[in-house]
Design a protein around this ligand. Structure first.
Ligand code: MN
Length: 336
């Protein structure tokens, strides 16, 4: 039994009641009608895929997280720590995230094209758009059994095509190749069987007609955004960063004087960050949650800093958690 599960289990055994509900993930509405992707993806497949398969992953994820204390409320945080959780959580969290991305990066057929910047990156990495499609389809065709084919942006800002089994994805901390997913192609049979039966290749040929290149290009632009770009556009986060930067690294070296001196200021900038509007460019439900979490964490941390009985070790642990919360906001701002 892993640690998190054990804590939840122990808690239930001791108190004989289930704890305050942990993370509850919700299914976003499908951004178009079930028949909007016809004739490339048929309405019945869409309806079953969305209302049964995807909804099922979310229900099972929430069920699997019941009683797990401190389960992340952000799917990104969950992905980044997925190796700490059970296979049931992993499969269903992946199913939740992957399908959400899949719906968002599809759109009714139109003459949409990749942005100039994305196209140029595709051309220089894969030859040209047609070669890229071929390579993606090859990855999707050769994924044995159920899984996904992906276009990802790696940490070094280069594009790569990968495939994963089951509901795994490149955001998971145990992924072989990690990166920000830009295109996700579902190659589970449930994604195409009703219309294409065993002809996965025909489904893959058709899906390019309904890719939402505008959304994919937006995701590429955001993933290419550096931390510096975020700080330039989001003053409140930059202010928090300045305080964090001047206090965290000394603490790592055992010097807690800067944080003792600056904690009041850190609380002030955290409150301001929470109070002021998030720049539209970075605004999302997840960013809001992460900002609120950062403020809450900072307030709690202030108590610990003032607590003379707290060991340096425990204080550092909490500081690391806070530092992680800050990076979560930054990552979301860069990726969302
Ligand atoms: Mn699916």
């Amino acid at each position: 039994m892993n640690k998190l599960k054990q804590i939840g289990f122990t808690a239930i055994c001791i108190f004989g009641l289930s704890f305050q509900a942990s993370a509850q993930f919700k299914q976003a509405p499908l951004p178009y009608a079930y028949d909007a992707l016809e004739p490339y993806i048929d309405a019945q497949t869409m309806e079953i895929h969305y209302s049964k398969h995807h909804a099922g992953y979310i229900a099972n994820l929430n069920k699997a997280l019941e009683g797990v204390e401190n389960a992340p409320t952000s799917i990104y945080t969950l992905m980044a720590n997925i190796s700490n959780y059970s296979t049931v959580v992993k499969n269903n969290a992946g199913g939740y995230f992957n399908h959400t991305l899949f719906w968002e990066t599809l759109a009714p057929a139109s003459d949409q094209k990749p942005s100039e910047k994305l196209l140029s990156a595709i051309n220089s990495t894969f030859g040209d758009l047609d070669e890229f499609k071929e390579k993606m389809n090859r990855a999707a065709m050769t994924q044995f059994g159920s899984g996904w084919a992906w276009l990802i942006l790696k940490k070094d800002s280069t594009l790569a095509i990968i495939s994963t089994a089951n509901q795994d994805n490149p955001l998971m901390d145990d992924a072989e190749v990690k990166g920000t997913p830009l295109i996700a192609i579902d190659v589970w049979e449930h994604a195409y069987y009703l219309k294409y039966q065993n002809k996965r290749g025909d489904y893959l040929g058709a899906i390019w007609n309904v890719l939402n290149w505008s959304e994919i290009s937006k995701r590429y632009a955001f993933a290419m955004r550096s931390s510096k770009d975020v700080f330039t556009a989001w003053k409140e986060l930059d202010d928090f960063h300045t305080v964090m930067d001047g206090t965290f690294h000394p603490a790592e070296d055992g010097n807690f004087d800067p944080i003792k001196k600056e904690i009041k200021n850190m609380v002030k900038v955290a409150k301001k960050l929470k109070k002021n509007a998030i720049p539209t460019l970075f605004d999302s439900e997840m960013t809001k949650i992460a900002v609120a979490d950062l403020e809450k964490g900072t307030l709690a941390f202030q108590k610990s800093v003032k607590n003379k009985k707290m060991s340096k070790e425990d204080l550092m642990k909490e500081f690391e958690e806070l530092h992680h919360k800050f990076h979560k906001v930054l990552d979301l701002a860069r990726m969302n």
